[in-house]
Design a protein around this ligand. Sequence first.
Ligand SMILES: C[S@@+](CC[C@H](N)C(=O)[O-])C[C@H]1O[C@@H](n2cnc3c(N)ncnc32)[C@H](O)[C@@H]1O
Length: 280
Amino acid sequence: MFKLAARQQWDACADGWNGKSDLIRNWLRESTDAMLAMADIKTGARVLDVAAGAGDQTLDIARRVGPNGYVLATDFSPAILAFAKDNAWRAGYANVETKAEDGETFEVAEASFDAAICRLGLMLFPDPFKGLKRMVHALKAGGSACTMVFSTPEQNPCIGVLVSTVFKHADLPLPDPYRPGGLLSLGKPGLMDELFGRAGFSHVATTKVAAPFRLPSVQDYLDFVRTSASPILQILAKLDDARRETAWAEITDKLGAFNTSNGWEGPNELLLTVGRRPTI
Ligand SMILES: C[S@@+](CC[C@H](N)C(=O)[O-])C[C@H]1O[C@@H](n2cnc3c(N)ncnc32)[C@H](O)[C@@H]1O
C-alpha cells in the first residue's frame, strides 16, 4: 500500500523532477562525482543504476563508461524512467537501457555488472536490506556498489522543518525521523555500514559529504519541493487546501532562517557508502 502510493506519487512528480534536473545537477555535482569514483566506474564497465529517476546520474555514468560500456537504469516509476530514457537518447548515449523495476525485487542475471549505484533512492525503500541484497546478486565478484542517502536530522534541518510542519498541521504526532521509507531513514550513524555488511558486501566504508542547496531565494527551494519532492508531497496530501497553504506559509517563514547575504543556503549532509562483492 505504502509502495503503491509512493510509486503513484513519483509518477505524478516525474515531470517536476525532470524539469529540475539542472538544479539537482548543481546541488549534487560534487557528491555524485565522489559516488562514481567510490564505485570505481571505469571505461567499458557494465553499471546498474538503481532508482535512477530521470537519469541525471545515468548520463554521468554513460559518459564515464564510454561507448563500449553499458548502463541499465531502473526505477519503480515508469513515468520518471521514461524521462531517463529520453534524456539518454537526446544526449546521444546508445549504451543506456531502462527497465521499470522495484529496487527491492528487480531481476537481472547474477554477477552481470561491474558496478552498481543508487543515488538518493535507497532510503525510500521500505526494506533497503532487500535492495542491497539484489545489488550484491547483480555484481560480479570484486564489483563495487556505492549508495547516496541523507545523514542525520541535525545535518539536514530543512527536511525536518518540512516534515514537522506538515505533521503539525495535519494534527499528527511527529514521526520518527528514522522510520523505514522516510527521507532520513538511513541516516542513523552506523546503520548503512551494518546493512551493507549484512547484505554480504566486504570492504564497507561510509563517507560524509556536505551538499548544501545554494539557491537565489527560499522560494526557489520551495518551488523545487512543490514540483518535485515526492515524499514531502505525499505527506502534504494529508492536508486540505486551507491547512496546506497555512503549512506552506509557516515553512517559508522557518526556512527563511537559512537566508544569507548571497541568497539562500539549505544545509544537507549525505552519506556515501561503498562495498564490494567478495571474490570468494
Ligand atoms: C529522490 S529520487 C532520486 C532519483 C535519481 N536517482 C536522482 O538522484 O536524480 C528517488 C527515486 O527513487 C525511486 N524509488 C523510490 N522507491 C523505489 C523502489 N522501491 N524501487 C525503485 N525505485 C524507487 C523514485 O521513483 C525516484 O525516482
